[in-house]
Design a protein around this ligand. Structure first.
Ligand SMILES: *Cc1c(COP(=O)(O)O)cnc(C)c1O
Length: 398
């Protein structure tokens, strides 16, 4: 086994340079902790970017993977896959949805949603209905379709021309959305709470107004819940806190408690437009990932995870606000459940680097927003431990 430094040197030779990687080589995880190749422990408040909602290597997810891996890993979507059927049943029984298309990632789930929205709208309203309105500061993935939908210039830069038919409006501004609707509009796609864009919670009532606007203009409403779905905000899906149902929802990140999977959930009438041959994925919903998904969803629904998320979300928010009262460069603390953002008037990167040195994994979005997305299984002591480390760092940088 190589040391951390040796792995980093080897990686620098042959791994694509798409990430600004921290000098960390995690090799083992359990609950809210990771250990690196040199044996050093880290408290993980990034959780694989909101993927490890049940903590690292949750025993029930591990058992499901081990059992399924020894039984059947992959067949083909030409056949019927019991684990996939079970996962679809769980998702539909617990959401607005009637049908699920499985894929392998968030970007793919959004591709499926965008293709379905276009197909349904063209069939229902004619060939000229294909445009999708999304929000500025949104994030919808790194495929060409995903970056086309993403309302951030820096994500599209260098890859133009992007897919035509997207426009962007300020998140939370209902008037701007109203103005952006044209006869060519077929759908509105939003994150109920923006993750990558800086943990932005829309004003109360905004999503309900968006729903009304979509109904008035016969537009589909797509919620990208890739980051905030699967319990992250304290309800199983983020839309449930607002009582506003979308027509299509996309999921990925935490859906299988760690392993890669994506899903697009749609209402029956709309899902009808995806007939045989219209869309597909070789790996999507394979027995191995779907078995993990079933296990992870059952834990989420049956093991008190949502209650813990709400309670720990309150505790974390209180402790972050306490820091805000002591450090004037903390501009705001916001979020919902266990996706919380701390907006700073100073750069966040030096704080994240110091945290790493002190055994704490944090993340910073849009330069100045520290994002806290620990496993939903986090406890009071772990939150207090994180706050103590962060407090020490803030005292130094302030
Ligand atoms: C992470 C993310 C995606 C992209 O998911 P991938 O699995 O990386 O393709 C899309 N939308 C949102 C809101 C995300 O947070």
């Amino acid at each position: 086994m190589s040391t951390a430094a040796e792995w980093i040197a080897r990686g620098n030779k042959h791994i694509a340079k798409t990430y600004g990687r921290y000098p960390l080589v995690p090799v083992r995880g359990e609950g809210c902790r990771l250990w690196d190749a040199d044996g050093k422990a880290y408290l993980d408040f990034l959780a694989g970017v909101a993927v490890n909602n049940l903590g690292h290597c949750h025993p029930k997810v591990v058992a499901a993977l081990q059992q399924q891996a020894a039984t059947l890993i992959h067949c083909s979507n030409f056949y019927n896959i019991p684990q996939q059927i079970e996962l679809a049943e769980i998702l539909c029984a617990n959401s607005f949805g009637d049908r699920v298309f499985f894929c392998n990632s968030g970007a793919e789930a959004n591709e499926a949603a965008l293709k379905l929205a276009r197909k349904y709208s063209k069939e229902k309203h004619g060939d000229n209905r294909f445009e999708v309105i999304t929000a500025l500061a949104s994030f919808h993935g790194r495929t060409i379709g995903g970056i086309s939908a993403t309302g951030q210039e820096k994500v599209r830069h260098g890859f133009e021309p992007v897919v035509p038919g997207f426009s962007y409006v300020p998140f939370g501004d209902i008037q701007a959305l109203k103005t952006a609707i044209s006869p060519a509009t077929c759908a509105v796609m939003l994150e109920p709470v923006q993750g990558e864009g800086g943990v932005n919670v829309p004003p109360a009532g905004y999503l309900a107004q968006v729903r009304e606007l979509c109904d008035a203009h016969n537009l589909l409403l797509i919620f990208d819940e890739v980051q905030v779905g699967c319990g992250r905000t304290g309800t199983l899906f983020a839309y449930q806190a607002e009582g506003v149902e979308p027509d299509i929802m996309t999921l990925a990140k935490a859906l299988a408690g760690g392993p890669p999977i994506g899903a697009m959930v749609a209402r029956e009438e709309i899902a009808e437009s995806f007939g045989p041959g219209t869309h597909g994925s070789t790996f999507g919903g394979n027995p191995l990932m779907a078995a993990a998904g079933v296990a992870a969803m059952k834990v989420l629904l049956e093991d008190g995870i949502l209650d813990n998320c709400l309670a720990m979300g309150d505790h974390l928010r209180d402790r972050l606000k306490e820091l805000q009262s002591r450090y004037p460069f903390i501009v705001a603390v916001r979020g919902r459940g266990l996706i919380l953002g701390m907006e700073l008037s100073i750069e966040g990167a030096p704080i994240v680097n110091k945290a790493l040195e002190r055994g704490l994994l944090l993340n910073c979005t849009v330069g100045k927003v520290l994002r806290f997305v620990p496993p939903l299984t986090v406890n009071n002591a772990e939150i207090d431990e994180m706050i103590e480390i962060l407090d020490g760092i803030l005292a130094e940088v302030g």
